[in-house]
Ligand binder design. Structure first.
Ligand SMILES: [Zn+2]
Ligand SMILES: [Zn+2]
Length: 295
């Protein structure tokens, strides 16, 4: 079955994959950088990876209805969402993702794939909004009674989803002592993309990301790190990746494009972060902004 689907994906005669960074941020409320979120638009079908604050409005910004370039994209199409881990900077948009596309007309349940703890999150959000959901369904507003629901699938390492457009493989990464933390390898008819998730240098990630087209990896500022208190240094070292560590990872994996996202700037500028990476790595590097398309 899997081989058949891979064949089907590769047989798409004109495969078309667009990849966007929707939210390049962290827990810090930088108004320019929304919470972590990425969009793969494969043959016009949208697939979300993480859903931090602002996720639905960032998707809307790409749609022609709201001034973007994609006439076929609409937030009501948001049906597939993959979650790397439950940290709030990756999940604060879940209420938005459950409710807003439904209000706009989505009539199918949202399919969420993620660590087990995210099921409770979705259930509690729907419960919290029940009065509003009931008001919209049973009041004078014409509203369907299906599109606010969520179907949850808990993930473990391996292929977690496949259809004719895409195959998604989850792999465990090394995000400090958070056991259920994943990165994703995404394969479409014309692109391979690896999203690191939040992680320190991960030997397991290296097994999945060889020669991908796009390697999206988190990173922190080395200069900022040096100024941290000893306790925070221990924490960040275990949970996140330094520029020199990322340079080593990129050298091993040899991606066509390395994308820096989920950057802990700690007072450094974009060019300083880029310099820290490029000191040890001479491949193509892009520092992500929200809504950037990576080709
Ligand atoms: Zn994070
Ligand atoms: Zn995290």
């Amino acid at each position: 079955m899997r081989i058949f689907l891979l064949l089907l994906i590769s047989l798409n005669i004109f495969p078309s994959t667009h990849f966007f960074v929707l939210g390049s941020g962290t827990p810090n409320p930088n108004p320019e950088r929304m919470g972590s979120a990425y969009l793969v638009l494969a043959n016009d079908t949208p697939y979300l990876f993480d859903f931090g604050s602002g996720v639905v409005r960032r998707v809307a910004a790409l749609s022609s209805e709201w001034g973007g370039n994609f006439s076929k994209l609409d937030v009501t199409q948001l049906e597939y969402a993959f979650l790397s881990h439950i940290h709030s900077d990756h999940t604060l948009g879940l209420a938005d993702l459950i409710i807003t596309p439904w209000i706009m007309g989505r009539d199918k349940p949202l399919k969420i794939f993620g660590p087990e703890a995210a099921k409770d999150m979705a259930d509690h959000i729907i419960k919290a909004y029940q009065p509003d959901i009931d008001y919209r369904i049973y009041g004078t507003q014409p509203q369907n009674d299906k599109g606010y629901k969520a179907i949850f699938t808990s993930i473990e390492e391996g292929v977690i989803y496949e259809d004719k457009n895409i195959m998604v493989t989850a792999f465990l990464n090394d995000h400090g002592d958070l056991a259920e933390s994943y990165g994703f390898l995404i394969q479409t008819g014309d692109k391979t993309i690896l999203i690191s998730g939040d992680t320190g240098p991960s030997a397991n990630l290296l097994r999945f990301g060889n020669e991908v087209d796009i390697l999206v990896h988190e990173v922190y500022s080395q200069a900022g790190f040096e100024k941290k208190e000893p306790d925070w240094k221990i924490y960040h070292k275990a949970h996140h990746t330094s520029p020199s560590e990322l340079a080593k990872i990129a050298k091993k994996l040899n991606p066509k494009t390395l994308v820096l996202s989920h950057i802990l700037f700690w007072g450094s500028s974009e060019s300083e972060i880029l310099e820290e990476i490029m000191k040890d790595y001479d491949g193509k590097v892009i520092l992500a902004d929200d809504l950037i398309e990576i080709n």
